[in-house]
Write a protein that binds this ligand. Structure first.
Ligand code: GLY
Length: 363
């Protein structure tokens, strides 16, 4: 994919997700109508943030940077509060724009700050990781973590535009690139079988940041997300079936790993194990075959993603899953596959099956 490609997303309002290279020229146009632009970024992206700030300044915007901690350390109430206070100091008004520049944690935080400042200002997301491009920055889920769990504080707030500039991936550490691929494989299992066969057939080519296949897979994964959130923006099941909750495939167990590991595991790595866990659960429930489960392992391991977890943490994982927001009341609810690309809910599986599935993913 050489030219840029625009996917319109219609959820709350219509906005473009633009995928291509050298897209930052699109930003002033997306910021039109604002006087001030605040760029929320982590330290590692300071040079890019400064370049964007200088460009916007040349375009007549007042622009300032809000540096936040890296990764999940950004998604805390004190960091959100720091960002709010900075917006206040800079006289940020309802017609001004926040830009979220970074990985999924930064875009989640930027979206949450935008959703809450003056009851909602525009946010333009510039995701710089695969994970943020195909999942976090698209679809309008925003949030922070707390001691009670991951993403329990948040709001639905659609972005005003998303710029997926593939140039950002050229310098991404390989582990971060791979970790994001778990979300691409996820939508392959839940919605788009061709994503799985492309990864199986083309191997390493799919993670070559200089190649066309990576951009094409990002485009197809974003298209799945666009289609899903257009029908069920607030994950209420509108439109029938599992709706947006399908995008949580592997996340109930994955979030529990993240919590038990105090967020030191990459999100993609955790949901990689989480997908194998629910695939094993579905197999135990007669919904997937052994070869379907093996396909999960093969695809994830092909890209170096983990498929096993420590065998001595069941009690901690179970209590973390109980507070996960996908649980309803006291009943645990999983998105499983009733055959590939057919996500369904399974409410309150037998505890013995839950434990047996854990046994199948322990190292
Ligand atoms: N990350 C899942 C969703 O956006 O619904």
């Amino acid at each position: 994919m050489t030219a840029s490609y625009t996917i319109p997303v219609t959820a709350e309002h219509e906005y473009p997700v633009i995928i291509g290279r050298g897209l930052l020229g699109e930003l002033p146009h997306l910021c039109a109508g604002a006087q001030r632009v605040a760029i929320i970024h982590s330290a590692v992206l300071t040079t890019s943030a400064e370049a964007i700030r200088d460009d916007l300044h040349d375009g007549g915007f007042e622009c300032f940077l809000i540096e936040v901690p890296a990764s999940e350390d950004a998604k805390t109430a004190p960091v959100a509060s720091f960002a709010w206070e900075t917006l206040g100091t800079c006289g940020f008004t309802r017609s001004d724009v926040i830009v979220g520049l970074g990985g999924g944690a930064t875009t989640d935080l930027a979206g949450f700050v935008a959703a809450t400042w003056l009851r909602g200002v525009k946010v333009i997301q510039i995701p710089t990781t695969v994970l943020a491009m195909v999942d976090a920055a698209v679809g309008g889920k925003t949030g922070i973590n707390s001691d009670a769990g991951k993403n329990l504080i948040g709001s639905f707030h659609s972005p005003h535009g998303v710029l997926c500039d593939m140039n950002a991936l050229d310098s991404l550490p390989p582990h971060d690139l791979l970790s994001g691929f778990a979300e691409v494989i996820k939508v392959g299992f839940t919605h788009d079988a061709s994503i799985l066969t492309d990864i199986e057939d083309r191997g390493e080519a799919c993670i070559d940041p200089g190649g066309d296949l990576l951009a094409d897979l990002v485009r197809r994964a974003v298209q799945v997300k666009a289609d899903v959130v257009a029908v069920d923006f607030k994950e209420t099941g509108e439109g029938g079936g599992v709706g947006r909750a399908a995008l949580n495939y592997g996340h109930t167990f994955g979030h529990a790993i993240e919590r038990v590991e105090s967020y030191r595991w990459r999100h993609g790595a955790a949901i990689s194990v989480g997908m194998v866990y629910v695939a094993e659960l579905a197999r135990l429930g007669g919904k997937l075959t052994e070869s379907d489960v093996q396909r999960h392992r093969d695809l994830l391991e092909q890209l170096g993603l983990p498929t096993t977890y420590a065998g001595d943490r069941w009690d901690q994982l179970l209590s973390a899953m109980q507070v996960d927001k996908k649980a309803r009341g006291s009943v645990l609810r999983f998105v499983i596959l009733n055959g590939l690309q057919n996500p369904v809910f399974w409410e309150g599986p037998d505890p013995a099956l839950l434990h047996a599935a854990y046994g199948a993913v322990t190292a």
